[in-house]
Design a protein around this ligand. Structure first.
Ligand code: TRP
Length: 369
């Protein structure tokens, strides 16, 4: 077993334990998670992350969602229409059931105090530690070997600020984001030790690993907007049918659920299964010898049925941008207030609270704050 598989097993076990504790005491946890605003979300996002956020919210956990607009500029020259992307993301969130009276949705760029936390945090990690981050390395490679920007190298620290500014205790993420949660724990620990005399200014968050299996795009590779193989939540039923009709299958007319041997067919079955709640094996048996065509008709029907209420809500929110903008404004205001309180505390323990000068006299040897 390699070290990384071993630590993955540890993370998976910790995540399962965490899940059980959340169900017992949702009020003890605060979830922080987020997305880069690269455009509208697709079925992969929906079943992979969005549905889980809605589930946690409904279980009574307070949820924070950061729209990571400073993270989209880490690794690309053009980011498209950011404001438009943010709006599409908001529509998907609200349509999927995120409730802005419980869940705080905000953007990086609107919360200065969050961004300022990056400065002390950067003092706590070394350049080699940043350079070793496997996710940053993978993203740098994906950028075609171009020299890495300073923002890409440091974005895990930014992500630590996203999580720690509100003392998020649970971070629902996919496996690729685990190194960032590790770095966040390291920063919290080092901050408390170095600047706060051991006082628990920041708590170390835990990763809640996604258990949903990944859906493939219609061409049989990872579902991704940029590959044009993704079924977007906002797609019309006809667009959905067209995309699924084009989906790759194989020559065997008898439909069976075999994720290893027949990944494309299996992904279609999984899609139908996630939409209907029925087992993929049972769905395969119901299609039997009907072949790819019958399978696709079934999947189309399942997706369109499942998304019908979501799409209806999305259209309603989309018809009136005012209230949607207001959701973000209110989220940004709330995040700003929380980040301000955190930054005040950070200044205090770092002996930078000059506006409170002369400082309160503390007994010698007691930790700051
Ligand atoms: N980096 C995450 C992604 O690319 C998005 C993100 C930003 C995030 N800040 C976060 C995820 C904080 C979890 C916690 O998907």
């Amino acid at each position: 077993m390699t070290t990384s598989t071993e630590s993955f097993a540890v993370s998976a076990a910790r995540s399962a334990d965490l899940e059980a504790r959340i169900v017992d005491h949702p009020e003890r946890f605060r979830v922080l998670t987020g997305d880069r605003p690269t455009g509208a979300l697709h079925l992969g996002h929906y079943f992979g992350t969005l549905a889980n956020r809605v589930r946690l919210q409904r279980a009574g956990v307070e949820v924070f969602v950061v729209i990571a607009d400073y993270q989209v500029i880490t690794d690309r020259d053009g980011v498209g229409r950011l404001a438009g992307n943010v709006h599409e993301l908001l529509l998907d969130y609200l349509a999927a059931g995120l409730d802005p009276t419980i869940t705080t949705i905000f953007t990086h760029s609107a919360v200065p105090a969050l961004n300022q936390l990056i400065l002390p945090f950067l003092s706590l990690v070394t350049v080699p530690e940043l350079e070793r981050n496997p996710t940053v390395r993978a993203e740098a490679e994906a950028a075609g070997g171009r020299a890495v920007s300073g923002l890409l190298l440091t974005y895990p620290v930014h992500q630590a600020a996203d999580i720690l500014f509100c003392n998020g205790s649970v971070v629902p993420v996919g496996r690729d984001q685990l190194p960032h949660v590790e770095m966040t724990r390291l920063i919290a620990r080092r901050f408390n030790e170095r600047y706060a005399g051991g006082a628990p200014v920041f708590v170390e968050p835990d990763a809640l690993l996604t258990t949903a299996p990944a859906l493939l795009g219609t061409d049989g590779t990872k579902m991704s907007k940029s590959r044009g193989n993704a079924i977007e939540l906002r797609a019309t039923p006809d667009e959905t049918a067209r995309l699924i009709r084009r989906a790759k299958t194989d020559a065997d007319r008898t439909i069976t659920y075999d994720p290893v041997g027949r990944p494309e067919v299996a992904s279609l079955l999984l899609t139908a299964s996630l939409c209907t709640g029925s087992d993929p094996e049972r769905i395969a048996a119901s299609v039997g010898n009907g072949g790819g065509r019958a399978l696709k008709d079934l999947v189309t029907e399942a997706v369109n049925e499942h998304l019908r209420p979501l799409r209806q809500r999305r259209a309603e929110f989309g018809a009136d941008p005012g209230p949607v903008r207001e959701v973000l404004r209110a989220g940004n205001t709330r995040a700003t207030a929380i980040a301000g309180t955190t930054l005040d505390r950070v200044r205090e323990v770092m002996d930078m609270a000059y506006s409170q000068w002369p400082p309160a006299v503390r007994p010698a040897g007691s930790p700051a704050g």
